[in-house]
Design a protein around this ligand. Structure first.
Ligand SMILES: [Zn+2]
Length: 200
């Protein structure tokens, strides 16, 4: 199938970018197409949101079939499909390097950043929801995560962010994360500190 080859080539070229960023290599994932919204709902056992189109698990990416992608989702441009593939592959790297899918804002924000899924700037109040997004997330987590990840990278560099990720492991819970953050960045993972750096 022409499509499969196209996807493999696409992921291969993005693999180079990701390996450059993370300094590790994660093998190419298997991509499985989901053929309808109904099928997604069945797998998740609930009615899923129109924007929800893909997820990554182990070394697999499950994604709505490009043939019905714009019909079965709220995304009306097929470009979105390719960015989501990048986004999901980034999650596999994140998992590999942290052994953890948390904090949710960092995992989602970095995936959006690496896939070039530029998000609208949140309001200050919205941005401070970062402290609620360790375990949970909602539609706003992408915007909040993207904002802080981009700011941390622009202001302090990629190396520092990578250092933070490398210090995490499967046992890292919220409190421990705050400690690691402080050790790496030299300021507290707190509302007060994040308030200060919001505008810059
Ligand atoms: Zn994601």
């Amino acid at each position: 199938m022409k499509e499969d080859k196209e996807i493999i080539e696409f992921l291969k070229s993005f693999q180079k970018e990701l390996s450059g960023f993370f300094g590790i290599n994660v093998e190419l994932p298997m991509v499985s197409f989901i053929n309808s919204r109904k099928e997604i709902d069945k797998i998740w056992g609930r009615k899923t949101e129109e924007w929800f189109v893909a997820w990554a698990k182990d070394n697999n990416i499950f994604i709505l079939n490009p043939k019905i992608y714009t019909k079965e989702s709220s995304h009306k441009n097929i470009e979105h499909f390719w960015k989501v593939l990048k986004h999901e592959y980034s999650h596999l790297y994140y998992k590999e390097i942290t052994n953890n899918g948390r904090p949710k804002w960092l995992n989602e924000g970095l995936a959006c950043y690496l896939a070039n899924q530029v998000k609208e700037k949140p309001t200050k109040k919205e941005s401070l929801k970062i402290f609620e997004y360790y375990q949970k997330g909602d539609w706003l987590v992408y915007r909040v995560g993207y904002f802080w990840v981009k700011l941390l990278i622009d202001k302090f560099g990629k190396k520092k962010l990578l250092k933070l990720l490398k210090k995490m492991n499967s046992q890292t819970a919220e409190k421990e994360f705050a400690k690691i953050f402080y050790r790496v960045y030299g300021f507290k993972f707190s509302e007060e500190e994040f308030n200060k750096i919001f505008e810059v």
